[in-house]
Design a protein around this ligand. Structure first.
Ligand SMILES: Cc1cc2nc3c(=O)[nH]c(=O)nc-3n(C[C@H](O)[C@H](O)[C@H](O)COP(=O)(O)OP(=O)(O)OC[C@H]3O[C@@H](n4cnc5c(N)ncnc54)[C@H](O)[C@@H]3O)c2cc1C
Length: 410
């Protein structure tokens, strides 16, 4: 059993802490916040991510909304430009849309229940051998350091490319006067330079109201201009593009209800070094267009857990990478290819999207490939060799074929 120091009590760090502590390792998690917290709005946990949560005993389903479909239309033509049904094969599979704080909350509870120690108010500034350097001085030595400090990690050598578009996100109560379904992510586009969307996220607080996450994309330098613009002018523009958005915008009464998220893209070729492993956004960053970042962090944590179960600590990083690299490379490549079709200044790409890609996506076999892409299983999420005994088929998570109901990891 190893002494493991984790930098970052976010999604990947807490999932790793919960799994590794449950396996008997001595785990300490460091975070810069004085209170553990999740900044942000809604996100979709895909079936692969739910499988990892099941393996940790983290019950998220009551805190969110099952999502059966993601769809989008072009504002002017009304043309459908995105339409993915999760469960084309009729096996009852869905994504789960949640408030980020709900996901963070169940992971925090799982990490604590498994016996992980949390040290808060401990901003990590670097490392020296097996010790993390924090504002309060160097930590005790660890056998393995896990860098789960997200997109701003000071431990990760990744220099990601800032993407030209980001988005403002906010949470509003689900309005009474809407006809939008409560089990679909709906989006509206104007070319690729405007995107607005509504994601039902259930009840983040068990006694609280049912909520929706709403978003509006904008160039990364456009936030200051948006803040300077009267709120009502923005709402009017949004409602002209997509009248169905109106009841949701009624819940936005101040600019600071919407938070700007900036996106970047990049992947570390080798997410480990002597005594340290990088996971989640510290290893790979992408726009949230494919809705995979949190799932990828969960899968990395799961692969690291299996790597430590089946091999020596010194090889854990390399083994985690080997199990995950195909999935990471494939999703990073697809995110890179798809993001500009939905978020860019290009006039050509949205035309290509509307007139070539979308018609193609309706043809067989794309009708079946796209749901697998969104579910996170287009390529094996964790390769064979790490699955228990090393004999499971390549696409298994903890011994279960991801296409068959995702039972928990053993
Ligand atoms: C607007 C938006 C929408 C998204 N939607 C989706 C979606 O639908 N589906 C999906 O799967 N993903 C989505 N993502 C991506 C997803 O949120 C990230 O990929 C995921 O949170 C990465 O997890 P992580 O553990 O690597 O980092 P994080 O969850 O960001 O955690 C990093 C942690 O490290 C801590 N930390 C940072 N620096 C330090 C330091 N120096 N010292 C100590 N602690 C530190 C932070 O406080 C934080 O707790 C979205 C992202 C954004 C921005």
């Amino acid at each position: 059993m190893a002494r493991i120091g984790i930098a970052g009590a976010g999604i990947g760090g807490l999932a790793a802490a919960a799994g590794l502590a449950a396996d008997g390792h001595r785990v300490t998690v460091f975070d810069r916040w004085d209170e553990p917290r999740a900044v942000g709005s809604g996100l979709v946990v895909q079936p692969v991510g739910l499988a990892v949560l099941d393996g940790l005993g983290a019950e998220l389903r009551p805190r969110g909304r099952a999502i059966t479909r993601m769809s989008g239309h072009e504002a002017r033509s009304g043309r459908v430009v995105l339409d993915v049904t999760y469960d084309v094969e009729g096996r009852g599979r869905t994504g789960l849309a949640v408030h980020r704080a709900a996901l963070h909350g169940v992971l925090l509870a799982a990490a604590r229940a498994a016996g992980a120690e949390l040290r808060l108010g401990a901003a990590v500034t670097g490392r020296e051998g097996g010790r993390l350097l924090t504002a309060g001085g160097p930590t005790e030595p660890f056998d393995l350091l896990v860098d789960a400090a997200g997109s701003g990690s000071v431990l990760s050598p990744l220099r990601a490319r800032t993407l030209p578009f980001g988005a403002i996100w906010g949470n509003v109560p689900w309005p009474a006067g809407t006809e939008l379904p409560r089990d679909e992510l709906r989006q509206c586009y104007l070319r690729a330079d405007r995107m607005l969307g509504v994601l039902p996220i259930g009840r983040p607080e068990p006694e609280g109201p049912e909520m929706a996450a709403i978003f509006w994309s904008m160039p990364r330098g456009g936030h200051a201009a948006w803040l300077a613009r009267p709120l009502e002018a923005w709402k009017a523009e949004a409602c002209t593009l997509w009248p169905a958005m109106a009841p949701f915008l009624g819940g936005v009464t101040a600019h600071d209800q919407m938070t700007m998220a900036r996106y970047s893209h990049g992947t570390l070729r080798r997410p480990w070094d002597d005594g340290i492993v990088h996971l989640g956004d510290a290893w790979h960053r992408a726009s949230p267009q494919l809705g995979q970042g949190a799932n990828m962090a969960l899968l990395d944590a799961h692969a690291l857990r299996l790597a430590l179960r089946t091999g020596p600590v010194a090889e854990a990083g390399a083994r985690m990478w080997n199990a995950r690299r195909l999935h990471v490379a494939a999703y990073q490549a697809m995110s890179r290819a798809f993001t500009p079709q939905y978020q860019s200044d290009s006039r050509v790409l949205p035309m290509l999207r509307d007139h070539v890609l979308v018609p193609l996506s309706r043809a067989w076999p794309a009708r079946r490939i796209l749901p697998a892409l969104v579910r996170g299983t287009m390529v094996p999420p964790v390769m064979a060799g790490l699955a228990e005994g090393g004999t499971a088929a390549a696409s298994r998570i903890g011994g279960a074929r991801p296409d068959h109901g995702y039972p928990p990891a053993p």
